[in-house]
Design a binder for this molecule. Structure first.
Ligand code: G3I
Length: 356
């Protein structure tokens, strides 16, 4: 690592590490002065975290100073809370929760059931379908009970519908518990914690009409049957040009009409979807700022009781899942590699404070 750069990181880590107060109006010491989002936002502003990254003082310093909500990027998923045999591995999730509690941060649970995070002990379950469902219910009950005093909300299930068709994904949960399994997942979670907020979380429900229609049909069905659901996670993995703001607003309005809290749950804004950039240009950075500002302003326009939180899916550009997933250089988050806020951060602040 370049000597100057490592010296900067060392200073920043030292200064931030010395910054004892959990929340300050100013930036962590040793970095450019900027206002902490958590000090001005009228709703929780979150970030996806990994326990390993929080070990770096400058990383954890920025996280705890700037944000007041956390989501485990992967360590509270089935595949990481249990080993291949179904034994629980609590320590990484416990560490994340301890960090959040120490710094007065809300904790959003992500996610109880996700077809992409199905552990071997369930994928290869040898018992009957009834025993499979008992195992799923016991898993939910164990996890939700353990974190009952700490986790305010859970993504009960993530990404249950197919892209393009809106059909229920043919997951092991769908196959072994039947087409009404989602309803029972919500019931089991509510039974484990009468107070926790229950969310359905997905991507693409702004531009994929079939998936959106299936999601709302599910919500309408659950609500008609008195089965609890409190909110929807709009993941908001978008680009600097797509989807149109109007489409985002229309979908959020449809959620408000159903009395659903809205969590922009995994926000990042790709600025290089065509792969035409090798470095982040100021022009593209300004477009990202405008995009962030307009979406945050639309969220601010929602009635207060429906604004659950806005959560960013990572802290710094180089740490984003986007880079490996799309295979292009990407700068989708609020902070650059040097932990400095980007113009997108200023755009977010402007919307939160009405200065935009
Ligand atoms: O860092 C550990 C390593 O120490 C360990 O040896 C290894 C063992 O598997 O795991 C490594 O962690 C990986 C982690 O990313 C950090 O890179 C996990 O394997 C890997 O599964 C994890 O991928 C996450 C993915 O979900 C699957 O859980 C991504 O970080 C995360 O950004 C991504 O997030 C999803 C949301 O949950 C749902 N919406 C889509 C979003 C993007 O795919």
């Amino acid at each position: 690592m370049h000597l100057k750069y490592s010296f900067f990181i060392l200073c920043a880590a030292f200064m931030v590490g010395c910054n004892e107060s959990a929340v300050t109006e100013e930036s962590p010491e040793g970095t450019q002065p900027y206002t902490a989002l958590r000090s001005v936002a009228p709703f929780p502003v979150g970030v996806a975290v990994q326990s390993g990254r929080l070990g770096a003082a400058v990383h954890s310093g920025v996280v705890r100073t700037v944000f007041n909500s956390v989501t485990a990027e992967y360590e509270m998923k089935m595949q990481h809370l249990t080993d291949a045999s179904g034994n629980f591995i609590w320590s990484p999730a416990d560490a994340l929760i301890a960090f959040a509690k120490e710094h007065d941060m809300q904790i959003h649970g992500h996610t109880l059931v996700w077809h992409q995070s199905t552990p071997a002990w369930l994928a290869n379950f040898g018992g009957t379908d009834a025993e499979f469902e008992d195992a799923v219910r016991d898993y939910i009950t164990t996890v939700v009970t353990r974190y009952k005093e700490d986790v305010v909300s859970w993504d009960v299930i993530n990404e249950a519908f197919e892209d393009g068709t809106g059909a229920l994904r043919n997951s092991v949960f769908r196959r072994r518990m039947g087409p009404d399994y989602i309803a029972r997942l919500f019931q089991y979670t509510r039974a484990a914690d009468p107070d926790v907020l229950l969310f359905y979380n997905d991507y693409g429900t702004i531009w994929d009409a079939a998936k959106r229609d299936s999601m709302f049909a599910m919500v309408d069905d659950l609500q008609s049957r008195g089965i609890p659901i409190d909110g929807i996670g709009l993941q908001m993995h978008i680009t600097h040009t797509f989807p149109a703001l109007q489409n985002i607003v229309e979908v959020m309005d449809a959620m408000v009409q159903r009395g659903l809290k809205i969590h922009i749950s995994e926000m990042d804004v790709r600025v290089n979807p065509e792969g035409d950039l090798l470095v982040l240009t100021d022009a593209r950075s300004q477009l990202q700022k405008k995009r962030v500002s307009e979406i945050a302003a639309a969220f601010m326009d929602l009635p207060e009781e429906y604004r659950f939180a806005i959560t960013w899916w990572g802290l710094r550009d180089p740490e984003s899942w986007l880079i490996d997933f799309w295979g292009n250089p990407e700068w989708g988050l609020l902070f650059n590699a040097e932990y400095q806020p980007k113009p997108a951060y200023e755009g977010f602040l402007e919307a939160l404070t009405g200065r935009g």
